[in-house]
Design a protein around this ligand. Structure first.
Ligand code: NAD
Length: 413
């Protein structure tokens, strides 16, 4: 059978997927697009070193779009995934989208309907769900080892201040300078939904202050966002993400059930506490290092999680039922993302609680069809809301000039 022809849009993070395609038995890396030429040059070097000399390199998106490919990986700007996903799906191409899924509730509805209409495979590359520890947590939760979930925490705390010049290039309107505090929420929310299979039904949002260490780098976004989510079984879930100063590790996932608890410890270790019937407080403690379900994952980034997103995407296209069950489909992707959109509505309304719809149900969609509430002016139109409702000083151009200078000089923030 001919290999799947795969294109990659965005050659920054997209290189993670490119590397997995080099020498892949099921897929051929055929084209890449990035308007930043040095990223394309780096990609060409790696591909040619791997023996690929027929890859097409595009700086222009339309040329890339017209290239012959069966599927595309979207690793372009985080706030532009939905329109590109819809265009590719409607042209008969399968899509794997990097984070985030969508920016508005309107986009959430449109994305779901495009997947349903097209019948193409859409998967979401939420790699934090797939580390060996978090997969083991999923297996054990679903086996009932800790009973019914009562409380969970998901934390992705990543202080990017030192790399801010490199990842924003001094662009005022780069998405990393423009999103709301609760935008980048699927690394913290995703794993808990993936482990438990539970749906979020209600959210209240909170955010920290912005502080000079980020304002001086061009970001007026409050440094961290938090969603306090009620899950469909009544459990409470705290999701925290953003650029706080922190001790290692950057992420924390824990679940407390009515018969035990689990916690993702640093360095690939899992702690589990389990109780039998009538064994209150006298259960068993274990700490161990689970192995990935596929050995090859161990060598890849983000604790092995990077392997599975691309692997399950390709195998889903090829019709593998196990992969289809394990991949994150459009409904789960939307469940992981929209609590962050609705949490910002909550923040703008004194942290009130906001219902999270189940957009699998067609009758719940109409209320959101025209909801463009967001912090990106060109997407929001008249429903635009600023990133900073706490009234910080506007950031002058001289700050962005300095960040750009640092980027070009290879200096850290
Ligand atoms: N899952 C993870 O662990 C992880 C890690 C890093 C980044 N990401 C995600 O990957 C995506 C890319 O992030 P990034 O770190 O590479 O930074 P980025 O968002 O700044 O880079 C996007 C790249 O796409 C290119 N691009 C965007 N629009 C284009 C267009 N119309 N034509 C040509 N090129 C275009 C840009 O030149 C840039 O190189 C984002 O969605 C981000 O959220 C995920």
């Amino acid at each position: 059978m001919a290999k799947l022809k795969i294109g990659v849009f965005g050659a920054g993070r997209g290189m993670t997927m490119v590397r997995q395609l080099l020498g892949n038995p099921d897929a051929e890396f055929v084209a890449v697009c990035d308007m930043y030429q040095p990223s394309l040059d780096r990609c060409r070097k790696e591909a040619e070193e791997a023996g690929l000399d027929k890859v097409a390199y595009y700086t222009d998106f339309e040329d890339f779009y017209n290239h012959d490919m069966d599927a595309v990986v979207l690793a372009n700007y985080a706030h532009e995934h939905t329109p590109y996903s819809i265009r590719f799906l409607e042209s008969g191409r399968h899509v794997m989208s990097e984070s985030l899924t969508c920016v508005t509730m309107k986009e959430a509805v449109e994305l779901i309907e495009a997947v349903e209409r097209s019948g193409m495979v859409y998967t979401y590359a939420e790699n934090y769900c797939y580390t060996a520890v978090r997969w083991e947590m999923r297996e054990r939760y679903r086996r009932g080892d800790i009973g019914e979930l009562m409380y969970a925490e998901g934390e992705y705390v990543h202080d990017c201040s030192s790399i801010w010049p490199k990842i924003t290039r001094g662009e005022r309107d780069h998405w990393r300078n423009q999103h709301q505090s609760t935008f980048y929420c699927t690394h913290s929310i995703g794993p808990i939904l993936s482990i438990t299979g539970l749906r979020p039904v209600k959210v209240s949002g909170f955010e920290t202050q912005n502080r000079p260490f980020m304002w001086n780098l061009g970001s007026a976004v409050p440094c961290a966002g938090m969603e306090i989510i009620t899950l469909e079984n009544g459990a409470v879930f705290k999701s925290l993400h953003g650029g706080l100063k922190h001790n290692e590790p950057q992420s924390n996932y824990q679940l407390n059930g009515d018969r035990g608890a689990m916690k993702d410890l640093a360095h690939g270790k899992l702690a589990v506490y389990t109780e039998g019937e009538n064994e209150n407080c006298r259960g068993k403690h274990e700490i161990y290092e689970p192995k990935p379900v596929i050995e090859a994952a161990a060598a890849t980034g983000h604790g092995g999680g990077d392997f599975f997103t691309t692997h399950y995407f390709l195998q889903s296209i090829l019709g593998d039922e196990v992969a289809r069950e394990r991949a994150i489909d459009v409904y789960k992707a939307v469940d992981m993302c929209i609590p962050g959109i609705l949490a910002y509505k909550s923040i703008c309304n004194d942290n009130c609680s906001v219902k999270i719809p189940n957009l699998r149900n067609k009758e719940e969609r109409d209320a959101y069809r025209n909801d463009t509430f967001c912090t990106f002016p060109e997407i929001a139109g008249n429903q635009f809301v600023p990133v900073n409702i706490q009234g910080f000083e506007p950031i002058p151009d001289s700050i962005y000039d300095e960040v750009r200078r640092k980027w070009l000089a290879g200096e850290e923030g």
